[in-house]
Design a binder for this molecule. Sequence first.
Ligand code: GRF
Length: 193
Amino acid sequence: KNIVILISGGGSNMAAIVRTAQQQDWAGRHGIRVAAVLSNKADAKGLALAREQGIATQVLDHKAYPSREAFDTALAQAIDAYEPSLVVLAGFMRILTPGFVDHFAGRLVNIHPSLLPAFTGLHTHQRAIDAGCRFAGCTVHEVTAELDVGPILDQAVVPVLPGDTADALAARVLTQEHLIYPRAVLAHLLANR
Ligand code: GRF
């Protein structure tokens, strides 16, 4: 069973999944492997880490395509080459077209840095602080055509502390992301054997 992970930046969630897969021997125990890491940004730092781990990487620059649909079609074709059982969005900063989402329906997941359904969209940590939230967190969910909505697969909660900056809260949430995402990815693949 192949996983394809899509990133746009640091790829810390991708790294956590790769590391967990190695530590828990997903390949030997479940026949599950990260087959490729794809990015829309050539300078995504996560690409170097993936390459170091011997994982195939590919960059598709969305600026090289005439439309969102054209990019998503090319992206879907690149992904299909790896015959994925699961496509994992990990800090992938693109809104995907309904056609792309339909093509991967049931095998497309994302992690969002808030306790959905609260705070869909961007700047989730600052918004939680500004709203006076006592708690924040992250959510792993199935991806549907509507942004940051979709069946919730797992969540983790962290306290918002007095004087928290968005960066401090983001770091606290990211630690939890790195715990729940690998667990949710494995659970999804084992449930859909
Ligand atoms: C994280 O906040 C994650 O929740 C969101 O993108 C940010 C960076 O993730 N999806 P990563 O370090 O690139 O995995």
